[in-house]
Design a protein around this ligand. Structure first.
Ligand code: MG
Length: 161
């Protein structure tokens, strides 16, 4: 019988001027980008934590500590590819991914398909296994004021035979 494992991940970063806005490994046109020790790609980071969570393999801080200069300015793509290797080495394959990005701006809808393709490439799965959804908070709270962007990810892993 096939064995499955579910995992969840969350991340949020502050928006700041003078940064590229990277989400799910895709650069979006916007006057501000996400702050961080890395490129601030909260969608990629939430997804990494969901993958690691499903494999019971720790979290991003375990594998990519911000105290390690190796990860300074690291891209979300790099983290996703590295995490995919960790999950693969533990005997798991990605069944599907569901990612929700929560932002007041910019409008994410025009970039959803590109993000699905980019995430699928990083994880070496077809993009039809990758869902990316966008939400605003209708102006509520820090995200509603455009101070930052958050992401929530759910992943299902399948134990390889
Ligand atoms: Mg992060």
């Amino acid at each position: 019988m096939t064995s499955y494992r579910v995992g969840t991940g969350f991340d949020a970063h502050r928006l700041a001027p003078g940064r590229k806005l990277m989400l799910g490994g895709v650069e979006l046109p916007h006057p501000r980008g996400l702050e961080g020790h890395s490129d601030g790609d909260c969608a990629a980071h939430a997804l990494c934590d969901a993958l690691l969570g499903a494999a019971a393999a720790g979290d991003m801080g375990t594998h990519f500590p911000s105290s390690d200069p190796q990860w300074r300015d690291a891209t979300g793509t790099t983290f996703l590819q590295r995490t995919a290797h960790i999950v693969d080495a533990r005997g798991f394959a990605v069944e599907n991914v569901d990612l929700t990005v929560i932002a007041q701006e910019p409008a994410l809808a025009p970039h959803m398909d590109e993000m699905r393709l980019a995430v699928g490439r990083c994880l070496a799965v077809d993009s039809d296994r990758v869902s990316v959804k966008a939400k605003s908070t209708d102006g509520l709270g820090a995200i509603g004021r455009g101070e930052g962007i958050a992401a929530i990810a759910t992943v299902l892993l399948r134990k390889k035979e």
